[in-house]
Write a protein that binds this ligand. Structure first.
Ligand SMILES: *[C@@H]1O[C@H](CO)[C@@H](O)[C@H](O)[C@H]1NC(C)=O
Ligand SMILES: *[C@@H]1O[C@H](CO)[C@@H](O)[C@H](O)[C@H]1NC(C)=O
Ligand SMILES: *[C@@H]1O[C@H](CO)[C@@H](O)[C@H](O)[C@H]1NC(C)=O
Length: 386
């Protein structure tokens, strides 16, 4: 009896040790079987391990219901998705209050593997029109909250049902070779929405979607965007800001060596009229190609999408230290440069270097209000602000 117990005991120890020491857990995925419970089980083991662990979802196509991965974990965690994961095609099979894949409170998290997260949003937008779900109740997205020292690399997100990726809170997060794909006419499918986080990089990535490629909410500090191709979509937008009281400043945005193709806007800062006070400062756009972009350069402090706001009072969001350098290409409308700052708090420290934006249907022009930019290069069209 004692021997048997001893045997069982050693076996259990051995079994535990196997999990604790193993750096890789491969999910035993089976065709057509929901991957969510297997992933959660692996996550629980990995998160408790004191050594860094990689969870691998191997190549193949698997359905996945909603998944919430939470930390803190005892060591670094990597989720390597080599597979194509498919969200439930009918939004009714998802809890509309939650995202599809949520990762929260992890230090040193890596999402990698070259795989695809397919939100199957196109099924809703183009196929199942009568599901009775309002678009604002559709579950969608990938959500990364309070991640620190983390990397999202070599992952594709396809046809989200709403915002693709929502980033909230944390410090030091990098998106590298990240791809977002959705049709240009899918509503509200922002690419990456980022707010209340410090030190973010988005590099060498492609974003094609129906709304903003990257949108920036309040409380963002130091976001570097380089080597990003955006389009179709609505461009890279700061805001809209000023609608809610107590918004934190947006401080430090650097968009460099990037390209916009056929987007509604290029680089845009937008704030609501009649707004709460706020701050947007230290925003720089450099080496940017515009190809057939409706409004390549925009500051819009009377942003009012459905004309449902009062423009009697100005925006109180103060915009300062903004630069545009070496921005060239084609505008799809006459108004290539729009700097419409607030009459309540005019823009300060706006610098315009070399720009060359041409319009096929005639001469491009610039529009400005409540701003006296410093001109440091050659501007086509001329930027004349009185
Ligand atoms: C996706 O992210 C957006 C942006 O924060 C959020 O408003 C929305 O509720 C999220 N979607 C779901 C279904 O949680
Ligand atoms: C940011 O996170 C990455 C990835 O974990 C790490 O390599 C890098 O050292 C971190 N940077 C800082 C300043 O901590
Ligand atoms: C602006 O771009 C057009 C089209 O590429 C080019 O022909 C023109 O010479 C450029 N102008 C300046 C001032 O660089």
């Amino acid at each position: 009896m004692a021997t048997i117990n001893y045997c069982a005991f050693t076996f259990i120890l051995f079994w535990l040790a196997h999990f604790v020491e193993s750096a890789i857990i491969t999910i035993p995925a089976k065709a057509n079987a929901n991957i969510a419970p297997l992933l959660l089980r692996a996550w629980k083991e990995a998160c408790a391990a004191t050594t860094p662990t990689t969870i691998v979802i191997p190549k193949g196509t698997y359905p996945m219901t909603q998944v919430l991965l939470v930390g803190p974990c005892k060591a670094a965690m990597e989720l390597k998705i080599e597979a194509v994961l498919k969200a439930p095609p009918n939004p009714k099979d998802m809890d509309g209050k939650k995202e599809w894949l949520t990762v929260n409170y992890i230090d040193h998290f890596t999402l990698s593997g070259g795989g695809t997260l397919d939100g199957q949003g196109n099924v809703h937008v183009y196929g199942v029109k009568d599901t009775g779900f309002k678009s604002n109740r559709l579950p969608n997205n990938l959500s990364f909250n309070f991640l620190t020292n983390s990397v999202i690399r070599d992952i594709t997100t396809l046809n989200s049902k709403l915002f693709h990726v929502n980033v909230f809170g944390g410090k030091n997060l990098t998106f590298d070779h990240f791809t977002i794909k959705a049709p240009g006419n899918s509503p509200n499918t922002d690419g990456i929405h980022i707010a209340k986080i410090i030190d973010v990089t988005v590099k060498d990535s492609k974003i094609a979607t129906g709304d903003d490629c990257i949108s920036i909410g309040d409380g963002l500090e130091n976001l570097k965007i380089t080597g990003v191709t955006c389009g179709p979509g609505h461009g890279i937008s700061v805001g809209s800001l000023g609608r809610s009281p107590g918004e934190q400043p947006v401080k430090g945005l650097f968009v460099k060596d990037s390209k916009f193709i056929g987007t509604d806007n290029g680089v845009r800062i937008k704030t609501w009229p009649n707004s709460h006070p706020g701050i947007v400062t230290d925003i720089h756009f450099e080496n940017i190609d515009m190809e057939n972009v409706k409004n390549p350069i925009v500051i819009d402090q009377e942003y009012c999408p459905h004309n449902k706001c009062s423009k009697e009072k100005p925006s109180l969001v103060k915009i300062s230290k903004v630069s545009y350098k070496n921005i060239k290409g084609t505008s799809a409308t006459k108004e290539a440069v729009i700097l419409a700052c607030s009459s309540g708090v005019p823009c300060d420290g706006v610098e315009i270097g070399d720009i060359n934006l041409t319009f096929k249907g005639g001469a491009a022009k610039s529009v400005c209000k409540n701003v006296k930019p410093m001109l440091t290069g050659k501007q086509v069209p001329a930027v004349i602000c009185k």
